[in-house]
Ligand binder design. Structure first.
Ligand code: ZN
Length: 216
């Protein structure tokens, strides 16, 4: 299909989708226009093959989504920090999920000995995760397996980065939410794997050094 045709088709598909949704539930759009009340914040990779709502089986309005290359939670990224702030303080989400995926191009690119221009500082954060877990990763001989383990460890470290924020620490201590979870999605089998991060244990550990609960 020509790209012009494919582009036009998007609007045709959109009209069909609107009709279908209205048939299923005449109030569908009225309901959504009244506001959002999602229980989940999903932080995932921009990869076109990993679609938050679809893999979680959730409808519009049920998950607040942020995506970037390699699902990073970077300390100086105003974008992700604003998303977390809004999700915690205004939407009162109950879970913050960091979802990586096996065969992630961002993770692979980070490990290539190559100058990638503007991507260098972004991917540097992935290299930092490698350095933190160097011993474990170096012991894995198979390259693909090593990258996939780095995908899991990167999710784990980004979960810790979420827990390092004042909003998450303060809200959990006051309200008992949000909890933070780490998942990895398999591109080849469609399965979501919960890394079963012990949130309370990690929070206590993080607060030893990164405690931001005092003040205000
Ligand atoms: Zn990816």
């Amino acid at each position: 299909m020509l790209i012009e045709e494919s582009y036009r088709k998007i609007f045709e598909e959109n009209s069909k989708w609107v009709k279908k949704k209205k048939t299923e539930d005449p109030d569908f759009f009225n309901h959504l226009a009244n506001g959002q009340n999602p229980d989940y914040l999903y932080i995932g990779c921009s990869d076109s093959r990993v679609h938050a709502n679809e893999i979680m089986g959730l409808q519009p309005g049920e998950v607040f989504v942020h995506r970037n290359i390699a699902n990073m939670v970077v300390n100086s990224d105003l974008n992700i920090l604003s998303v977390i702030n809004y999700a915690v303080e205004y939407l009162h989400v109950k879970y913050i999920i960091v979802c990586g995926h096996y065969d992630c191009g961002g993770i692979k690119a980070a490990m290539e000995p190559k100058d990638l221009g503007i991507l260098n500082p972004w991917l540097r954060n992935v290299r930092d995760v490698y350095r933190l877990h160097e011993k474990e990763l170096d012991a894995i001989e198979d390259t693909k397996e090593r990258y996939n383990r780095l995908v899991e460890l990167n999710v784990y470290e980004q979960c810790l980065n979420v827990i390092k924020t004042a909003e998450v620490q303060k809200s959990f201590l006051a309200n008992g939410y949000p909890r933070v979870a780490g998942w990895v999605y398999g591109l080849n089998d469609g399965i979501l794997r919960d890394l079963k991060i012990n949130f309370k244990e990690e929070l206590n550990h993080i607060r030893k050094i990164y405690d931001l609960t005092k003040g205000e």
